[in-house]
Design a protein around this ligand. Structure first.
Ligand code: HEM
Length: 452
């Protein structure tokens, strides 16, 4: 029996609910408006039905905090995501199981390791600029940034260097994302079918890599810290039997998540930064010229150099505020739970989104104005907790946040030092598919800059 004090709103049509309305709004880039309209109509807590499950939409910092910290909510991906990425990744684990896999990922993303990555990322970015930007008058930013971030993550976390295998995997991952948020019916010509097929090919390759890595570990030719897969293979059960904790399937599922989470988000951040910087108003080129002043051109950036790029990181944070790559995400209740004076029944989804909070004028004055200085002093200290949620929050806050900072700063350094650019399209719009995708992939005209 349903509790009497359910949140206001309607569950809409059976199965479909409001899914098509939301997906249409995302493609038309009016999803923030769509959410705001619901908030205006029903308040910050309302019920609806998304992707086949009754759902409660919650907005605002207090709601974000509730979602990120409540022990009665677990992360559970929509069926489409689970079919594509796998059922056994950390995204669908809770408690100690989640902590253990997250710990393995965090081992590769902790400051000691990140410090070592800067030089390698610098090398990938330089090669990318030489091969794909140099000598051209126009480039299309979004596919280039996707490829760059994919190459960075595969080489650093999976030890997969340039060549035919990496090219094939990159091709598959272009399709993997397509059907992630869709009605999960496997029919010909649908984005969902294309995603499933691409995911199956990518998984076969990851199985091969896992087996090779296992053999290398057994022969003593690799160690736990050789790659993320080696680390996942080295996790053992708590009972000291030395038994491997994760099956091959679990290793592949978690690798799929790391690959998707580790490249698709930061590529969007860089794409939208390049879009904002086209107007030249916020480039902060000066700090990059200062960093370069004391170095030979062919010497790689260091961790210490990145610490001097404070303004550029503020531009990144402001870009993430205005266009958060992750629109929002779902949790599932494991018991009836109270929030905002309403009951959310056990088994319902809770849907948090970033946009409404990021555009709240009470937290971010003049929210439509692009103003990186609002992130001076570590974000405005007067803002309530969980106001800036582009990286989520609580125990599931993005584990790759610092990694994203490093690759973004290295990339922007080389682009800002070497080029000026302007947008080719007069109409400067984007759709969410489900990630923000600028019109035509953001073609820009570039010209070489004479560096000081
Ligand atoms: C600008 C870049 C990035 C953005 C905006 C971003 C955003 C997010 C957000 C919002 C979440 C939390 C989702 C939720 O709580 O519902 C998350 C989680 C996660 N992110 Fe990122 N991310 C970025 C880069 C990365 C990178 C580079 C990696 C890997 C190297 C990564 C790996 C992950 C993983 C594995 C999780 C799941 C953590 C968990 O459930 O414990 N992300 N990210």
């Amino acid at each position: 029996q349903r509790p009497a004090n359910l949140p206001p709103g309607s569950l809409g049509l059976p199965v479909i609910g409001q899914s098509l309305g939301l997906l249409r709004a995302m493609r038309g880039n009016t999803a923030e408006r769509w959410i705001q309209d619901r908030v205006d109509r029903y308040g910050p807590v309302s019920k609806l039905s998304l992707f086949g499950t009754p759902t409660v939409l919650v907005t605002g910092p207090a709601a974000n905090k509730f979602v990120f910290f409540s022990g009665a909510l677990v992360m559970r991906q929509p069926r489409s995501v689970r079919r594509i990425l796998g059922e056994r990744s950390l995204l669908d684990l809770a408690g100690a199981d989640h902590k253990r896999i997250r710990g393995a990922l965090a081992e590769f993303l902790k400051p000691d390791m990140l410090r070592l990555y800067v030089g390698k990322i610098d090398g990938e970015v330089r090669r990318h600029v030489d091969e794909r930007w140099e000598g051209r008058s126009t480039v299309t930013v979004m596919p280039l940034m996707k490829r760059l971030t994919f190459d960075i993550i595969t080489s650093l976390l999976f030890g997969l260097e340039r060549g035919a295998v990496r090219d094939a995997l990159a091709g598959d991952f272009e399709h993997v994302m397509e059907g992630m948020w869709s009605v999960p019916v496997d029919l010909p010509f649908t984005a969902f079918r294309r995603s499933l097929r691409a995911s199956a090919r990518a998984r076969r390759l990851l199985v091969e890599i896992t087996r090779e890595t296992k053999a290398k570990l057994e022969r003593g030719e690799a160690t736990r810290s050789s790659s993320l897969i080696a680390c996942l293979l080295s996790l053992t059960d708590d009972d000291n039997s030395g038994a491997r904790l994760l099956s091959e399937e679990e290793i592949v599922d978690n690798s799929m998540v790391a690959l998707v989470a580790g490249h698709d988000t930061s590529s969007i951040l860089m794409t939208f930064m390049i879009r904002h910087l086209a107007s030249d108003a916020h480039t902060g080129r000066h700090e990059h010229d200062e960093v370069a002043k004391d170095k030979d051109d062919d010497v790689a950036l260091t961790w210490e150099d990145l610490a001097k790029m404070k303004f550029t990181w503020r531009v990144a944070l402001e870009t993430l505020r205005v266009v958060p790559p992750i629109f929002g995400n779902f949790r599932t209740t494991i018991q009836d739970i109270e929030f905002g004076g309403y009951t959310i029944p056990k088994g319902w989804q809770v849907f948090w989104t970033a946009g409404v909070t990021h555009m709240d004028a009470a937290i971010f004055p003049e929210p439509h104005k692009f103003n990186p200085s609002r992130f001076e002093n570590n974000q405005s200290s007067s803002a309530p907790p969980c106001s800036f949620v582009a990286f989520g929050g609580g125990p599931r806050i993005c584990v790759g946040m610092e990694f994203a900072r490093i690759e973004t700063l290295v990339t922007m350094h080389h682009l800002l030092r070497q080029f000026r650019w302007k947008l080719c399209c007069k109409e400067d719009t984007f759709a969410r598919d489900p990630m923000p995708t600028p019109l035509h992939g953001l073609p820009i005209e570039i010209e070489h800059r004479t560096c000081s």
